[in-house]
Design a protein around this ligand. Structure first.
Ligand SMILES: Cc1cc2nc3c(=O)[nH]c(=O)nc-3n(C[C@H](O)[C@H](O)[C@H](O)COP(=O)(O)OP(=O)(O)OC[C@H]3O[C@@H](n4cnc5c(N)ncnc54)[C@H](O)[C@@H]3O)c2cc1C
Length: 408
């Protein structure tokens, strides 16, 4: 039994079904209505996993190398799966990580050396290029960045096409997916594992051999241990009106995503088809109306692209992702309940597909389900249980640290 019908839950169910076992996926909303159907579609391997932390200092040199290699494996797996279940949904465009400050540029240079050294034993890691401020214009037409790093092995996916491709594959393998079913309580500790669920027909108890939690930023009090270890952060995107490909290309000459280095990130990418721009970031960390998030993101977009003053925003939407205390995704089992959660934005498309599959393999006893991300502590988030007050406080904390970095 899998709770959550996003990339993680569906990938888990597919792995279970491929092993010849039955799988049932429950979701309180519609398939992909969580983050999996509404994200920005940025995908990569190692460049996505350790942006904000010194991985080697956190987990040691050998584990850091294994995690970076696993992130590359995850990206290769994602690409082949996506090509298989949703042909044409993925484009290999590369990515430019743009330094907001001089300090951020020096940290990027250190990260570049980490990619070079940790995993490859000193052999330069292919596909990364440090770009000084004078070269930023190859990727984005603005003067707000202090250089950056070009990542060749990265791309963009159409998120909803990918999640519906996974759904179709799961159903073809015999997986049952039930939407509109909210899990209210989980008892996975004993031999008789069960869930209390609410449906439009009322309440009932469902029994299962194994239970997997794949609820990420939508994790609620039905899993209190996990809920207290993540902060659900709101993330938002706006779409400009049709600008025409020439104007988009004038602003984003490489027609790739540009993502900045702030903790409270912003990013710009050409929309599918290349005629308009999607601009995303953390407008507010707690839920706000699309009008409010659109206004905040519009202001941020004009700081980067002043020439877009007067351009209309035609669409705005938001969703939740899960932040862990150490910024690493988590996979494991607690009190009998398997889980794959985390990713802190920016890497969940690839990594939660991968970790969902790993958890499915673990459930069926397949040794390939082991992950270098297992057994890393999953500490409580000091703010995790303050659902209404803690999330804005976390946002203020991250914004303050970005502002301090900008003054250094
Ligand atoms: C605006 C935005 C932009 C993003 N951009 C990127 C990006 O460019 N690149 C990237 O890699 N990542 C990005 N992310 C993050 C990425 O989308 C997520 O990490 C990923 O989709 C999480 O997948 P998931 O399957 O774990 O969870 P989700 O897709 O969030 O699914 C969780 C599901 O669990 C269900 N659920 C929760 N509780 C219960 C319950 N009690 N009972 C039943 N069902 C329950 C929910 O209804 C939901 O459908 C972005 C996220 C957002 C919101």
């Amino acid at each position: 039994m899998v709770i959550g019908a996003g990339y993680a839950g569906l990938s888990c169910a597919i792995a279970v079904a491929q092993a010849g076992r039955s799988a049932l996926v429950l979701d309180a909303m519609r398939v992909g209505e969580g983050a999996s159907g509404r994200n920005a579609g940025l995908c990569s391997g190692r460049a996505g996993i350790s942006k904000m932390i010194d991985l080697e200092a956190h987990v040691g040199r050998d584990r850091a190398a294994a995690i970076l290699d696993e992130a590359d494996d995850a990206f290769a797996f994602f690409r082949s799966t996506c090509d298989d279940v949703s042909p044409g949904a993925y484009e290999h465009t590369g990515r430019f990580v743009a330094a907001r400050t001089a300090l951020a540029y020096s940290k990027l240079a250190k990260k570049y050396r980490e990619y070079e050294g940790v995993s490859t034993g000193g052999v330069p890691a292919a596909g990364f290029e440090l770009v000084e401020a004078a070269g930023v214009g190859r990727f984005i037409t603005t003067d707000v960045f202090h250089g950056g790093m070009s990542v060749e092995d990265a791309g963009l996916v159409h998120p909803a096409r990918y999640v519906h491709g996974l759904l179709a594959r799961a159903e073809a393998l015999g997986v049952t997916v039930c939407t509109g079913v909210r899990v209210r309580a989980v008892d996975a500790a004993g031999p008789e594992r069960s869930l209390d669920v609410a449906t439009s027909d009322g309440f009932r108890t469902v029994h299962a051999a194994e239970i997997v939690l794949a609820t990420n930023g939508y994790t609620d009090t039905s899993a209190p241990w996990h809920r207290s270890r993540i902060v659900p952060m709101s993330s938002s995107i706006i779409a400009t009106e049709d600008l025409g490909r020439d104007r988009v290309e004038a602003l984003l000459p490489a027609m790739t995503t540009v993502i900045d280095t702030n903790r409270v990130i912003v990013y710009a990418r050409p929309a599918p088809g290349g005629e308009s721009i999607l601009f995303g970031g953390r407008a507010k960390f707690h839920p706000v109306s699309p009008d409010t998030s659109a206004k905040i993101l519009h202001d941020q977009m004009l700081q980067v692209f002043p020439s877009l003053a007067g351009v209309q925003v035609t669409n705005a939407w938001s969703g939740y992702m899960a932040f862990t205390k150490d910024w690493l995704p988590k996979i494991g089992r607690h009190n009998g309940l398997h889980y794959a959660l985390g990713c802190n934005g920016g890497s969940g498309v690839v990594l939660l597909s991968w970790l969902g599959r790993k958890i499915g393999q673990q459930v069926v006893g397949d040794g390939d389900g082991r992950s270098s991300l297992e057994d890393i502590p999953f500490p409580r988030q000091p703010l995790g249980r303050w659902t209404s007050a803690g999330v804005p406080l976390a946002g203020i904390w991250y914004r303050t640290r970005d502002a301090i970095d900008a003054r250094r």
